[in-house]
Design a protein around this ligand. Sequence first.
Ligand code: APR
Ligand code: PHB
Length: 398
Amino acid sequence: MTENSVPDRTQVGIVGGGPAGLMLGQLLHLQGIDSVILERRPAEHVIERVRAGVLEQTTVDLLTEAGVGGRLHREGMRHDGIYIAFGGSRHHIDFSALTGGRTITIYGQNEVVRDLIDARRATGAPLLFETPDVSVQDLDTSRPRIRFSERGRPRELTCDFIAGCDGFHGICRASIPAARFRTFERIYPFGWLGILAAAPPASDEIVYSHHDRGFALFSMRSPTITRLYLQCAPDEDLDRWPDDRIWKELQTRLRTDDGWRPNEGAILQKGVTGMRSFVVEPMRHGPLFLAGDAAHIVPPTGAKGLNLAMADVWRLADALAAFYTSGNAGPLETYSDRGLRRVWRAQRFSWWMTSMLHKNESDTAFDERRQLAELDYLVSSSAAMTSLAESYSGAPLG
Ligand code: APR
Ligand code: PHB
């Protein structure tokens, strides 16, 4: 079957071809379960979108087991830990030593997506791009349907289950009657101005920096590309940030007293993103299961977004496999509760990292001293560092 030949029915209809939808398709394929993936945007858009870049040990293991870890192991940058900088000094937190060998890997989300699209194409299973007008119907029956347009023609796909992997602004969550779910939300009064620069990374590991002028983050994508972020207003106007202003501010916030500073280079891409925490409960409505950003958003400070999406689709694929192989619906029944436990832990961690590192205009002098005491405690207590290391490198699945 070619990419564009879509049947009228399938076992699992997947709305959204981001990392969650594509990985779910791969995991289901490995279990012999049919799926159709419908993605609104063109393939190039999904592949080129610059997003997250830190994979937990758990995510690396999952991608490897799913047969899509080849390039990740060749090109990904394995890091044993991170640096936390404040007051002019950098402090190393060694995840590997603190957690019995768990590490993280830097590999862009767009590279994960590229590998998953290649894997899907190799299976020949249906993956459609540029499908506008997707809607989900009959969610109160056991034969839900997805309506969409395929090259201008109206189509209908009958499914056993629908996976809502269509991100925060998707249609799946919005199709659930309001009385059937509850949402939890926090909007932060700041955003991140992010750049990609053609500069070799000046540090072997990521640096999270607390500074009086606001948070800054040093990260990377490859031995020649540095990724950097500055705390800014949530609606910051990029026109006010010519390249030299960005570099000056990055140098001020990141430079440490030992002379360390990021290398500069041509800026290849710039963008501003706001920050929010969001959870929907439950992550299921009848035959519709939500996964990834459709169900939850975390602020990027803990690098959890992509990793949570991967944990969701692992749980969902596993539950669907139990259903199809032995008729056991138990794991599907508990999909939401088990997922929410991991989600809320990640929410707590991301909120904590965010509040420890960012400058909040409403903070009092007391709050500022307390924040510095928190950082001082973190880098001088092995119990505190272990707690960070455990959450950052990710709990095992299951
Ligand atoms: N029909 C079809 N596809 C849709 C629709 C729709 N109505 N609405 C949205 N989509 C697609 C989007 O175009 C996008 O490609 O769903 C996909 C959702 O992908 P993501 O937003 O990347 O979400 P997810 O797959 O859950 O991955 C979570 O993304 O935002 C980051 O930090 C987050 O890394 C995490 C990851
Ligand atoms: C990134 O490399 O893009 C990155 C790293 C760490 C974060 C967020 C983003 O917490």
